[in-house]
Design a protein. Structure first.
Length: 465
């Protein structure tokens, strides 16, 4: 009781102190070292239990220091207080499949030719900012030119560029036949076992966090095995495409950690034999189905106005916006989507098969692919899962708690004392309707405020993690 009263005193003091400070002038940020207190909202902490009402989340430095109901967590008098009353506080979202070198343009051959050499200074910073705006504080970039993505990751870590925490693969390892001239920077051919091991080592030495493998059904099994083995020797996980049955079978055989996508063809379901093998791995196998990008096609045909979203214009230089917008003039005629509409009816069954097989499903969006914009993708994936029957809490954990497990970063994905202060606030109750995740009002990453009142407020204070 004593403690509760004392705590309340701190709260009142904290709130009073903050009155004059809660609307900082445009150039002002809560200064480094000043605690941040999120006071009054509902907290979804990422662990999956019932949400907490009237919660206080106290952030000090780049960590969460205390979490508890209003009155039980003393708010220091110098704290920068953010009123979260009537809103929902949750861990920053983690998107496990993004491409920072693409921004939604419809023509890859054109894009990768025109913007070659501009990833680091022009394209990636835009993607990173769009993701942060949307409350995405951690991403896995699964395929980019090696030097650019490694340097970009370092710039974010050094605080030179605002962006989510990056876990990157660099180039895909794959067979030579499907590489064209425009995409050879992010596709490395693998010839044989020795070459496979050498290329994994080269990627690891450059600083990648994971290995991305595609076309493994077109490689001899021993080459696939060598890639996965070499990655695991160096403590890196392997993410592999699961577009074709053979990719799944050969990938499972080699011990791939995480599969991506749900198939390029229109087969109605995974064969029983494939499912049987997936079941043997069950929870230890991660899977990022990347569904929302497929639904976007019909959605954009119906509602092309979404291509004029002010957030798109706001985050792009005018000529870049024009370029992307023009490429999406005739959505119905885009070659990229020829089979998409026919794949849609198969998704429900395949997604359910994966759920029934017990794999650990993760949220990832393929954000950056045609008409799939980084500021608008992650909430859509969660909402798609809800439409396919997943409980909102489970979908949220597939974008917070479980990705942190795959990345072996238990300090991420939850809001709890001692964990990294990656916390967002959304207007509404995502446990009722995951579409509320598009109304992100506050974004804090690593204890630094990037978005407040739905507006970008980060001015480049630049603290490293
Ligand atoms: Zn992708």
């Amino acid at each position: 009781m004593q403690g509760w009263k004392r705590g309340l005193g701190f709260i009142v003091l904290g709130v009073l102190t903050s009155m004059s400070l809660s609307r900082p002038a445009p150039n002002e940020q809560p200064s480094v070292g000043r605690p941040i207190a999120l006071v009054g909202g509902m907290l979804i902490d990422g662990y999956g239990g019932l949400p907490f009402q009237d919660a206080v989340v106290l952030i000090k430095g780049n960590e969460v220091q205390a979490v508890g109901p209003v009155g039980s967590v003393p708010v220091p008098p110098d704290a920068y207080v953010i009123d979260t009353d009537g809103k929902t506080v949750l861990p920053g979202l983690m998107d496990m499949h993004v491409h920072l070198d693409i921004l939604g343009h419809a023509d890859y051959a054109y894009w990768f030719t025109k913007y070659r050499g501009r990833w680091l200074d022009l394209i990636m910073p835009i993607a990173a900012r769009q993701l942060l705006m949307a409350g995405v504080t951690t991403v896995r970039d699964v395929g980019a030119e090696l030097e650019s993505i490694i340097e970009f990751k370092r710039r974010i870590e050094r605080g030179q560029v605002p962006g989510p925490r990056l876990f990157v693969s660099g180039p895909f390892l794959q067979v030579a036949e499907t590489i064209s001239d425009y995409d050879k920077d992010f596709r490395w051919p693998v010839r044989d076992v020795a070459d496979a091991r050498a290329k994994v080592r080269k990627l690891v030495e450059a600083g990648v966090d994971l290995i991305k493998l595609i076309d493994q059904d077109r490689m001899p099994q021993e080459v696939v095995n060598a890639i996965v083995d070499e990655a695991h020797r160096h403590g890196r996980h392997v993410a592999a495409h699961a577009h074709r049955e053979g990719e799944i079978i050969q990938g499972l055989q080699a011990g791939v950690d995480c599969f991506e996508h749900t198939g390029l063809a229109t087969e109605p379901r995974y064969p029983d034999e494939v499912i049987r093998r997936i079941e043997q791995r069950n929870a230890s196998l991660y899977w990022v189905p990347t569904l929302e990008g497929l639904y976007l096609y019909a959605l954009t045909e119906q509602y092309p106005e979404r291509l004029d979203d002010p957030r798109l214009k706001m985050t792009l230089p005018p000529d870049l916006y024009r370029d992307i917008r023009d490429s999406l003039r005739n959505v119905s005629q885009l070659e990229y989507f020829v089979l998409t509409k026919r794949r849609i009816p198969t998704l429900k069954t395949k997604f359910q098969q994966l759920r029934d097989a017990g794999v650990t499903l993760l949220v990832g969006t393929d954000s950056g692919i045609p008409m799939n914009f980084h500021f608008d993708s992650t909430w859509r994936e969660l909402y798609t899962w809800q439409q396919l029957g997943v409980a909102p809490m489970d979908a949220i954990r597939a974008a917070t708690f479980w990705p942190a497990r795959l990345l072996r970063r238990p300090d991420l994905g939850v809001v709890a004392p001692g964990k990294k202060a990656d916390v967002i606030v959304v207007d509404g109750n995502p446990l009722e309707d995951l579409r509320d995740l598009r109304h992100v009002v506050t974004v804090i990453k690593d204890g630094q405020i990037y978005v407040e009142d739905g507006r970008w407020v980060f001015m480049g204070e630049g603290r490293t993690k």
